[in-house]
Ligand binder design. Structure first.
Ligand SMILES: Nc1ncnc2c1ncn2[C@@H]1O[C@H](COP(=O)(O)OP(=O)(O)OP(=O)(O)O)[C@@H](O)[C@H]1O
Ligand SMILES: [Mg+2]
Length: 277
């Protein structure tokens, strides 16, 4: 098995439930981490390509995509596209990723394509005395809403998983399936995989249900749940249509501020994990 590099830290944003805030969190957490000095790569694995679009990367600029990397036609460094945010880069996705499963299903390393690509990039960085390669400290992988081979590639390539849960009725539904997939990947593909945390999203303070969901999720999942809760905020949902992260569109809005807080909580948790390792 190819060894995962220690740096960058690789985190998957995953939940097979659709519309829970995976992409919004990838974009805004990535921006917030970059804003506090980290060098961040967002790997868009979703055929919908929402993270790429939300970061202002139009279809024409996606000449090399994560699909090309997964099928072995390109190296990760060839897929990198800079964004308007300093220190934030994206490896974009296209609809081609709908076909990736068929392309690679027959090969023995089908679950390790992304892991190998990230490891090769980290090796190149280590050997790169001229400083031509982007030296990332965090990689955030935006997964599609399914537990398919794309998501398995993400989990095999990650140190840990970050699970967005929407504050709605049935928030916990499907979580046990996700957690058992994580256990399976850990046993068979990636023993290093851990749960980084669960982030509650789209919290609506005017709604009793939201508060109830927070209580339930905390009662069930304990310390795995981040302290930071992402509020429902119209500025956050408007930003992608301008091809901007919320933090660039409106830094002061409650959503942007929450993502900044989440970023520092994540860095603190990372330090704790490393100290314990
Ligand atoms: N904090 C928020 N406040 C308001 N709207 C939000 C917030 N977070 C996400 N949304 C909106 O909710 C919808 C779903 O969010 P998002 O696309 O991030 O979810 P997802 O889990 O990536 O979805 P998919 O499963 O389709 O990939 C989007 O329209 C997004 O703009
Ligand atoms: Mg998404």
């Amino acid at each position: 098995m190819t060894r995962l590099p220690d740096i960058p830290r690789v985190l998957s944003l995953a939940n097979q439930k659709g519309g829970v805030g995976k992409t919004t969190t990838a974009i805004n957490l990535g921006t917030a981490l970059a804003a506090i000095g980290e060098e961040v790569l967002i790997v868009d694995l979703d055929p919908q390509g929402n993270a790429s679009t939300g970061l202002g990367i139009d279809r024409k600029s996606r000449k090399v995509s994560t699909y090309d990397v997964l099928i072995g036609e390109a190296e990760l460094s060839e897929a990198l596209v800079p964004t308007a945010v300093p220190r934030l880069t994206v490896a974009p996705s296209t609809l081609d990723n709908l076909g990736v499963e068929l392309e690679i299903a027959a090969s023995a390393d089908r679950a390790y394509r992304l892991r190998k690509a990230i490891a090769r990039h980290a090796e190149k960085v280590a050997l790169d005395a001229a400083g031509r390669e982007k030296h990332f400290t965090y990689v955030l992988i935006d997964c599609p809403p399914s537990l398919n081979l794309l998501t398995i590639n993400a989990l095999s390539a990650s140190h840990s998983i970050l699970v967005p849960l929407q504050c709605e009725f049935f928030a916990l539904e499907g979580l046990s399936q996700l957690l058992s997939t994580v256990e399976q990947v850990k046993r068979s593909l990636n023993p290093e995989l851990g749960i980084h945390g669960i982030v509650l999203t789209m919290y609506d303070g005017r709604n009793n249900l939201s508060a109830q969901v927070v209580q339930d999720v905390r009662a069930n999942m304990g310390d795995a749940v981040y302290e930071t809760i992402i509020p429902r905020n119209v500025r956050v949902s408007e930003a992608p249509s301008y091809g901007k992260p919320a933090l660039l569109y409106d830094l002061k809005c409650t959503g942007s501020q929450a993502y900044l807080k989440l970023a520092s909580e994540i860095i603190q948790r990372e330090r704790r994990f490393r100290a314990a390792a």
